[in-house]
Each structure stands twice: as structure tokens, then as C-alpha cells.
Design a binder for this molecule. Structure first.
Ligand code: NAD
Length: 373
């Protein structure tokens, strides 16, 4: 069985598997073919892949020969068409939000897995790329803010006077938000955080941050630990509370998302205009609608001296460890579908079925089935 690893598009510095993960895969009695220069942006040379036991090939050969094609970003339809009919495609295909690609895969009777569909259950935690990439983004967002801020994060008592610590407000205390809290605390900032889920409060406090309470949030125990949409009345109350805290903040990092929906707007234009000049907002939800009314995906906007950075794929800014985590998630998932050096797809397994977009053209994941109906 041949497992192929392609070079990602030009704006994606990560690679699906680093050489160390390839070495593990090869010990499972499979062949690994890597496109030349696939790991260069993550500082993994072709030589390192060869030392790990992989073969270096041209892209066209890998597309044609692979039994399983591993990637991060989805490849184009004309490249999928070059894969052999039994070849399985795997990546972060964004299948629920890319109906054109999903329909194409179904029409062409393909088998495809989409890593963002991995069920968010305890057993699947070690395969959850959304969580591992959110960890990278939360960390990197704080470093980005610290770099842009014209002030120190920590408190200093110096001969040249005292510096008070910066005040950081984190909106959304999920995986990315908690990592942002921990990183901002390590840099010595005074951190405040807010989330609609009461379960987040304890985690926020345990990291040494203060929790901003807004009473009256709607929670749904059936939402698997995720947030649900809030009433217009609650959202307004929340925006008012955020407004009060934002005026005192030096940095706001927003991470609030609701699976399958537009991100909630938490920071209004009047709030940005009321903030101190020099303050920085990093909006991690910019690509799903933005938590700040003024953020633009992949752009930095300045309003009254407040810089609002709309970040998309922040994980690609730290390609080495992001690829390492991605590869580990992949290996944990592949353990479920590779037996004795061959593909063995057991759809009785909820993780395999939940992650599968379609098998031989038949939709498998229940939300994909629903979407196509
Ligand atoms: P996410 O990226 O969907 O959302 C980020 C955060 O935004 C969440 O904490 C959410 O509550 C918050 N949010 C949504 N609307 C908001 C609003 N109006 N105001 C403020 N905050 C708002 O979520 P995530 O970080 O991927 O995960 C959230 C939680 O899900 C985790 O903390 C964890 O409890 C659970 N989870 C479980 C697993 C697993 O078991 N495998 C994996 C990942 C996450």
C-alpha cells in the first residue's frame, strides 16, 4: 500500500506528516511517497524524509499511485480526477462548508475523509486536529499581540520608573482561548476572560485569569460541550459588558465560535472607538464572520489607533510544531484504518464513520448525509 504526501499550496507552510511520523508509518509495513520539497516550509528536507524511509516522487506520480493521499488543504477537482479510482483522499476538506467539493466527491464515487469531522469525543481527542491547531493559534495570537503592542506585557519596577502590566481580555475560553490565557499569563499580563459556557469559568480561574460573568446565557447539554446561539437580549447585555472591559484593555483576543454557524459579533464599532489608542485586537474568528465588527479576514485594519488583526490560518505561522501535532493526530487516526499494511475501513467504528465524507460515492457522516438531502 502506498501512502502519498503532497506539498501543500503556497500559502500553507505546514505538511501533513513530518519525517518522524513517516518513520512510524513505515514501521506499519506501508510505503510512503513524499512530493519533492513537501516539507521545506516546515524545515523538513527531502533528505530527512529519505532517512525516515520515504521515497521522494513527483506530484503527478503520487496522485496516480497512492492508495491513500494525505494532506491538509483540499486539492483541486482536476487533481482528484488524476487519482486512481480506489485511491482514498484525506485532508481538512471543510466538507460541510464546501458543498461543491463534497458533491464532486460523491458524483465521482470517491472515498474521502475530512479531518475537521473527527467526532469531538474523549476517544477521538488524540485525533482532533481542530483542538491541536487551536492550541497553536491561541499561543501565536498572544505573541502576535505582544509584538504589535507598544507596551510591555509584564509589570516592571525599574530605575526608569514602574511599568504596570498590560490588561488582556480573551473572548471565548475554549481550546484556543485557554491557550491564549496561559500564554498571556506566562508573559505577565493581567488577564480577563469571558465565555457563555459556565464550564469554562473554572478553567479560566485555574489558569490565574479573572472570569467576566454575564448572567443568563443559554446552554444546551446536548451540544457536546459546545456553545449554542444566544438570544438577541443576551448578546446585547454581553456586548455592553465587553464594552466596559474593552475600554480598560490593551489587548483583546477573540476566539468565540459556534460550530456550523457564523461567529457571534461581540466587539462593536463603538467599543473599538472607545478603546485606548495603541490597543490591539486579534480576531481568530475573522474567517467565520469575525467577533469584531471591524475585522477583515487576513487583514489588519486601524481605527483611532486601535489595530484589528483578522487572522485566518494562524497555525501555518508555526509550521514545525503545528505539522508535528497534525502528524500525530493523523497517525492516531490511521491506526484505526490500517491493518497489516492495508486499508481496512470499519464503518462500525463511530470515529471512522464520523470522519468519512463519502465511501465509494455514498455519503457517510450524518451531517454530510443531511446536507446532501
Ligand atoms: P469553538 O472553537 O467552537 O469555540 C470557542 C469558544 O467560543 C468556546 O469555548 C465557546 O463556548 C465560545 N463561545 C461561543 N459563543 C460565544 C459567545 N457568544 N460569547 C463568548 N464565548 C462564546 O470551541 P472549541 O474551543 O473547539 O471547544 C469548546 C469546548 O468543547 C472545549 O473547551 C471542550 O470542553 C470541548 N471539546 C471537547 C473535545 C473532545 O472531547 N474531543 C474536543 C474539543 C473541544
Amino acid at each position: 500500500m502506498i501512502i502519498g504526501i503532497l506539498k501543500e499550496p503556497i500559502d500553507e507552510a505546514r505538511v501533513a506528516l513530518l519525517p518522524e511520523a513517516v518513520k512510524t508509518l513505515i514501521s506499519w509495513k506501508v510505503s510512503v511517497w513524499v512530493e519533492n520539497n513537501a516539507g521545506s516550509s516546515a524545515y523538513a528536507s527531502d533528505e530527512l524524509y529519505k532517512e525516515a524511509g520515504a521515497e521522494i516522487h513527483q506530484r503527478a506520480e503520487i496522485l496516480q499511485q497512492s492508495d491513500l493521499l494525505l494532506g491538509i488543504q483540499a486539492i483541486a477537482e482536476d487533481e482528484i480526477a488524476k487519482m486512481k479510482p480506489s485511491g482514498v483522499l484525506m485532508g481538512q476538506l471543510n466538507a460541510l462548508f464546501n458543498p461543491e467539493l463534497t458533491n464532486y466527491l460523491v458524483k465521482e464515487k470517491r472515498t474521502a475523509f475530512s479531518m475537521e469531522l473527527v467526532p469531538r469525543t474523549t476517544r477521538a481527542q488524540a485525533m482532533d486536529v481542530l483542538s491541536s491547531m487551536a492550541t497553536v493559534s491561541g499561543y501565536k495570537a498572544v505573541l502576535m499581540a505582544a509584538d504589535l503592542l507598544p507596551r510591555f506585557f509584564p509589570m516592571f519596577m525599574t530605575a526608569a520608573g514602574s511599568i504596570t502590566p498590560s490588561r488582556v481580555l480573551i473572548l471565548g475560553a475554549g481550546v484556543a482561548g485557554l491557550q491564549a490565557i496561559a500564554t498571556a499569563r506566562r508573559l505577565g499580563a493581567s488577564v480577563f476572560a469571558f465565555d457563555v459556557r459556565q464550564a469554562a469559568k473554572e478553567e479560566v480561574l485555574s489558569l490565574g485569569a479573572k472570569f467576566v460573568d454575564v448572567e443568563g446565557a443559554t446552554e444546551d447539554k446536548g451540544a457536546g460541550g459546545y456553545a449554542v446561539e444566544q438570544s438577541a437580549e443576551y448578546l446585547q447585555k454581553q456586548k455592553d459588558t465587553i464594552h466596559e472591559h474593552a475600554m480598560k484593555a490593551d489587548v483583546i483576543i477573540t476566539t468565540a465560535q459556534i460550530p456550523g454557524r457564523k461567529a457571534p459579533q461581540l466587539v462593536e464599532e463603538r467599543t473599538v472607538r472607545a478603546m485606548k489608542p495603541g490597543s490591539v485586537i486579534i480576531d481568530l474568528a475573522a474567517s467565520s464572520g469575525g467577533n469584531c465588527a471591524l475585522s477583515q479576514p487576513d487583514q489588519t485594519v486601524e481605527v483611532n489607533g486601535v489595530r484589528i488583526v483578522g487572522v485566518g490560518n494562524l497555525a501555518a505561522n508555526m509550521p514545525q510544531d503545528a505539522s508535528k501535532m497534525y502528524g500525530k493526530n493523523y497517525l492516531n487516526f490511521l491506526k484505526l484504518i490500517i491493518k497489516d499494511g492495508n486499508l481496512n475501513l470499519n464503518f462500525e467504528d463511530d470515529i471512522v464513520a464520523g470522519t468519512c465524507v463519502c465511501h465509494d460515492g455514498k455519503p457517510v457522516n450524518s451531517r454530510i448525509v443531511q446536507m446532501l438531502n
